[in-house]
Design a protein. Structure first.
Ligand SMILES: Cc1ncc(C[n+]2csc(CCOP(=O)(O)OP(=O)(O)O)c2C)c(N)n1
Lengths: 357, 327
């Protein structure tokens, strides 16, 4: 009997080695953007730290840090057009801010503020999805509409390794493949879904190989190498935009922080593995080493950039905290395009009740 | 041996005892093993019972519930944890169309003895979709039993009964009171029977029906109103939402002639409507005032900065009591 077997060894697309030297030629455009990317990564790393501190001080609720994944997020969002459809998960604030979300706004999610959900008008981006895997189908549908309406926009879905276990993941890949849709599925394999390691999430050695089963293109990329991530995403977006069909990208990365501020990673993490990722593989250090070789980084500059970032963060925090709390009765708004009478009565009930208290 | 435990500890102990008592029992869910569950309800159980009994699954609720059905069909008693109630939705098809119907469609040949435990409800400053209470979906589905404890003692006894029940049980754990207070809990196995409500506070003037985290809110409102106006409200913890304890509900309403239902779930088509209809059927002529519902509003559970006004408060319950008694 012929057994149909997995065809080969997994590949890993890498451009920037851990020591900051190039494994292959960098993609066009990267030279000009690299310093700006680095500065944005510094901003994001400190944003993340700031958010964790604000949560500890009780000024924010639950927060899901992305430290360690800056290259994967910024590199991938950098390849999108501003009018492309973006369906992120809750851990994509670095990418979302790179795409144009105001940092003060980004903090509102963890403030439990309803206004967090209203995305900048000029973008086609959604608030981070909480339900694991759901957004892949939304991206697939948006891409489908692009194709049916003859638009040249693409849709991108961002998700974690855990999401690949959901039926929604498989349904999305299959629909996208059957209808050859302009959608990019960007998976950040950060090694854990809360406490469950990726080796327990799936028996396959990679996420990228799942593309093969759906006859679509799959790329496995070093997710802490911003050049390679950008290169992979640029390829995928062009491929999708030019009618080539969907692409699945697996960015191999690592979450340096806890799953969220409610999580205690010491319960499930291997400290040695963690140290390796935290030191040698840190995406910021890697890009910094390259910049240094190019004469585009030194310690004075780093200090100046950091100071500038901290000013921006202080200002963003202040604006976030000064965002007025909504009128409680506003929870009735936007449930329907037109408020049904029964709901209007309930809204009045709440308003009256608050008037009395 | 009896100690003071939180509801979470009582739940953990029930799981521990049933794992020890019945080798058919297995736990499965996301992050329940090494991590002990995101609320720690299964803390220490992997170390004690091993990977065959306490299973970290891939991230797929349809997978968890669907395979639990298969296990139950083949002689095991799975106790699945869904991390938060809203995450059960990808698995609803398995739960509603298969777990609930299996006994009926195989004409009694196969039952599905399984429990689905899940934290539920608002009031914990959770992110979006971490605060739902859609118990009515399950109570509406023939074939499922629906249980909601409101105290550590009941949580343990009800969970043990649920695990021993031959039919699928949805066991909803009110997150807000997981760690809110402690109470004496006996050490060994004991049962609180399913389908029995409990009179938590006696009174003659009005009956309040509540469950889960709303029970304590209702109790406080009843105490306040007694101090303020001298009215004595009877407060009844339903504990099982399907099957309902008709007798306790009706007996109380026949005594007081007035009733109020409190639930944090949305008002429209919530369980309050069912309870009122039951009162209409069996005690209409005893009523001295219309039966009110104090419930969550018909809006998605709001982001946490505005959730306090969504949840029924003591003030809203007191107002409901006043309107009913002064009707
Ligand atoms: C349908 C659903 N089930 C469970 C959860 C609870 N949950 C939140 S995040 C998470 C792990 C997600 O892991 P992964 O997809 O790898 O993304 P990461 O958090 O690592 O970025 C789980 C189980 C959820 N939000 N939605």
């Amino acid at each position: 009997m012929e057994i149909y077997r997995w065809p080969g060894e997994p590949t890993l697309h890498q451009i920037l080695r851990e020591d900051g030297t190039l494994a292959r030629e960098e993609p066009p455009g990267v030279q000009d953007q690299a310093q700006a990317w680095y500065r944005f990564m510094v901003f994001c790393r400190r944003f993340d730290q700031k958010a964790l501190n604000l949560q500890r001080q009780g000024r924010l609720g639950t927060y899901a840090p992305f430290s360690g994944q800056e290259a994967a997020q910024i590199g991938s969002f950098a390849a999108l057009r501003r009018d492309d459809w973006v369906f992120p998960s809750y851990r994509e604030l670095a990418g979302m801010m790179y795409h144009g979300l105001d940092p003060a706004h980004a903090l509102l999610f963890s403030r439990g503020h309803p206004a967090a959900g209203y995305m900048p008008k000029e973008l086609a981006m959604f608030p981070g999805q909480i339900i694991i895997g759901a957004q892949l189908l939304h991206a697939t549908g948006a891409a489908w509409a692009c194709k049916l309406r003859g638009e040249d926009r693409v849709a991108a879905a961002f998700f974690g390794d855990g999401a690949t276990s959901q039926g929604d993941f498989h349904e999305a890949l299959n629909f996208a493949s059957v209808f050859q849709l302009p959608v990019v599925f960007f998976c950040q394999n950060n090694q854990y879904a809360i406490s469950v390691p990726v080796t327990r999430q799936m028996a396959t050695p990679t996420v990228a190989q799942k593309a093969i089963a759906y006859q679509i293109e799959g790329i496995r990329v070093d997710g802490n190498d911003i050049f390679a991530v950008y290169d992979a995403m640029r390829y995928a977006v062009e491929h999708a935009r030019s009618g080539g069909g969907p692409v699945l990208i697996e960015a191999v990365t690592y979450r340096l922080g806890p799953h969220t501020t409610s999580d205690d990673p010491t319960r499930y993490r291997d400290p040695e593995v963690h140290d390796a990722w935290a030191r040698a593989k840190d995406p910021l250090l890697r890009l910094r080493r390259w910049l240094e070789r190019q004469g585009l980084w030194d310690e004075d500059q780093e200090r100046a950039w950091t100071a500038e970032v901290d000013t921006r963060l202080a200002e963003a925090t202040e604006r976030m905290e000064q965002t007025p709390m909504p009128d409680p009765a506003s929870v009735f708004d936007h449930v329907y395009a037109q408020m049904p009478p029964a709901l209007r009565r309930q809204k009045q009930e709440l308003t009256d009740l608050r008037g009395r208290v | 041996m009896s100690r003071e435990l939180t509801m979470l500890q009582a739940i953990q102990e029930a799981l521990d005892l049933k794992l020890a008592d019945d080798e058919r029992v297995v736990l499965l869910g996301e992050d329940i093993g090494v991590n002990g569950g995101v609320f720690r309800a299964t803390d220490g159980l992997l170390a004690k019972y091993g990977e065959k009994r306490v299973i970290d699954t891939p991230l797929a609720e349809s997978g968890i519930i669907g395979t639990a059905i298969g296990m139950a069909l083949n002689g095991m008693v799975p106790v699945a944890e869904i991390q938060f109630l809203a995450f059960i939705f990808p698995g609803l098809e398995q739960l509603l169309s298969h777990a609930a119907r299996m006994r009926h469609r195989t004409r009694g040949q196969f039952g599905v003895p399984m429990v689905i435990r899940t934290p539920y409800g608002a009031g914990i400053r959770g992110p979006e979709l971490h605060s739902e209470s859609v118990e009515a979906f399950f109570a509406h589905t023939p074939g499922l039993k629906v249980v909601v404890p409101s105290s550590p003692y009941d949580a343990k006894g009800l969970l043990i009964s649920a695990i021993e029940d031959p039919d699928p049980v949805v066991f909803l754990e009110p997150t807000r009171i997981y760690r809110a207070f402690r109470e004496e809990v006996p050490g060994g196995l004991y049962r609180v029977p399913l389908g029995q409500a409990k009179v938590v506070r006696e009174g003659e003037d009005l009956s309040i029906f509540a469950w889960g985290s709303m029970l304590r809110t209702a109790l406080r409102a009843a105490e306040q109103i007694e101090q303020e106006r001298g009215w004595r409200c009877e407060v009844i913890d339903l504990r099982t939402l399907y099957p309902l304890d008709r007798e306790t509900i009706i007996t109380s309403v026949q005594k007081t002639g007035r009733a109020l239902v409190v639930h944090e779930a949305h008002k429209t088509a919530g369980l309050g409507a069912e309870i009122i209809s039951l009162i209409n059927d069996e005690a209409l002529l005893y009523l001295r005032a219309p039966v009110k519902r104090i419930a969550g509003f018909d809006v998605p559970v709001p982001m946490f900065s505005v959730e306090d006004d969504y949840l029924p408060t003591e003030a809203r319950i007191r107002q409901g009591i006043e309107e009913t008694i002064l009707f």
